[in-house]
Design a protein around this ligand. Structure first.
Ligand SMILES: Cc1cc2nc3c(=O)[nH]c(=O)nc-3n(C[C@H](O)[C@H](O)[C@H](O)COP(=O)(O)OP(=O)(O)OC[C@H]3O[C@@H](n4cnc5c(N)ncnc54)[C@H](O)[C@@H]3O)c2cc1C
Length: 383
């Protein structure tokens, strides 16, 4: 990361993040993975340590740091092997908070952002429904105007932070006949009647990740909860998704770094056929292949981070960052696990978690196939 950000200061911040995560997260992470969720108080701990929404402006309770600082928090969570938590924090800090900062009015910002910075409020965003994932325009959750309120009905699934969320940005149809122009976004206060959460979904990886079903049943929300303008929701989503995709890519490269570091250390320790695993030509070629794969993606993601910071990152380039970095992450996690042999397949070795936590990165935030479609459209035009 370069440009207008002082690299030395950024690295000092990174060191302080690592120190805090080693103290506050490392000792408990195994237990959280087993129980399938992090404790609610962890959000307050992370907030107190200055690790949430770090680029939120000072007048909204943040420290107004450059975007790069926010990325560092997610990257270190991912690199240190806390994949589920990196997803939870990314959604809160790098997806939900920017919607408020960029689109929210002053009252909405003051209502939620200071609490999100401190961890007093947890944020989530609910687009996906059982019948609408990649095809976002097919959502059926409805928000019908009733006097000064809207009445919300419908359900969402796969919602990160769904169990702990105090505020959920909900995408709903305000005009079902208007297609994409009929979608609006609402800042839904989860303490209001009519809101309920379903199961914390049982996933194959990212076990302590909070991923839930949500239900809205004749939920009355005030018109002041409308984010931006009615009917502009789809346009806002398209505008904000590049940041989400870029940050997922950044988590991918950081997680790959973590997996490589574990593997290099193991290869230098493990002995077989009277020599170190690291001396076998296959190991050397595999490490060379994966290190190169990592470096190429690191450089591209860093370039995109700087572009985003300058307001110059376009949607196809952000899609390239997500697509390339997450596919690389999965290639690297697989190659690394292979070098651990049977031990890599046991939960005792952290490389197994790096492998299993990586898989969803190619799915959420827009699948690799959707990324390719966006990229192809930018090159070839619509089919
Ligand atoms: C752990 C986790 C956390 C998540 N967190 C959130 C969250 O916080 N908020 C939220 O709203 N959602 C969240 N999601 C949902 C996620 O974004 C969706 O799962 C994803 O967008 C894919 O939608 P889908 O699952 O309905 O798959 P589908 O859309 O049904 O896709 C099925 C298959 O079709 C392919 N496909 C789709 N479109 C095309 C196309 N045009 N061309 C070719 N192939 C295509 C897909 O790539 C996929 O292989 C999360 C999901 C998971 C697993």
């Amino acid at each position: 990361m370069t440009s207008n950000v002082d690299k030395e200061e950024l690295e000092m911040f990174r060191e302080s993040v690592i120190k805090a995560l080693e103290a506050e997260v490392r000792p408990h992470y195994e237990a959280w993975e087993k129980s399938g969720i992090v404790p609610r108080e962890l959000w307050n701990t992370l907030g107190n340590a200055g690790m949430l929404c770090v680029d939120v402006p000072e007048d909204c309770g943040g420290c107004g740091a450059p975007f790069q600082y926010s990325v560092v928090v997610g990257e270190e969570l991912a690199r240190l092997g806390f994949g589920a938590l990196s997803t939870n924090v990314m959604v809160h800090s790098d997806i939900v908070a920017p919607y408020l900062s960029h689109i929210g009015n002053e009252e909405q910002k003051q209502q939620w952002l200071p609490k999100m910075v401190s961890g007093e409020a947890v944020g989530a965003i609910a687009m996906t429904e059982p019948g609408a994932g990649s095809d976002l325009q097919a959502i059926r959750t409805s928000a019908v105007k009733d006097g000064d309120d809207y009445i919300l009905n419908g359900s969402k699934t796969f919602i990160t932070n769904g169990q702990h969320a105090d505020m959920v940005i909900v995408a709903a149809k305000t005009d079902p006949s208007a297609g994409a122009r009929g979608i609006s976004l609402f800042l839904v206060d989860t303490s209001l009647p009519g809101y309920s959460k379903g199961r914390n979904l049982d996933k194959i990886g990212q076990h302590s990740g909070d991923t839930s079903e949500l239900f809205f049943s004749d939920m009355r929300i005030p018109a002041s909860a409308l984010l931006g303008e009615e009917g502009q929701g789809f346009m806002y989503l398209m505008r904000e998704l590049p940041r989400e995709r870029l940050v997922i890519g950044a988590l991918g490269v950081a997680a790959a770094r973590g997996a490589l570091d574990l593997t290099v250390a193991y290869a230098q320790e493990r002995e077989l056929f009277g020599q170190k695993l690291a001396q076998l030509q296959n190991t050397r070629f595999e490490i060379a292949r994966m290190e190169t794969d990592y470096r190429v993606n690191r450089a591209f993601v860093d370039q995109c981070i700087d572009q985003y910071d300058r307001g110059e990152l376009d949607a196809p380039t952000a899609s390239m960052a997500k697509y390339s970095a997450t596919e690389m992450q999965c290639r690297v996690a697989d190659g690394c696990l292979q070098l651990f042999g049977g031990y890599g397949y046991t939960t005792e070795y952290p490389i197994s978690r790096a492998f299993i936590d990586a898989r969803v990165q190619r799915i959420y935030g827009g699948t690799s196939e959707v990324m390719k479609e966006i990229i192809a459209r930018s090159v070839l035009g619509k089919a």
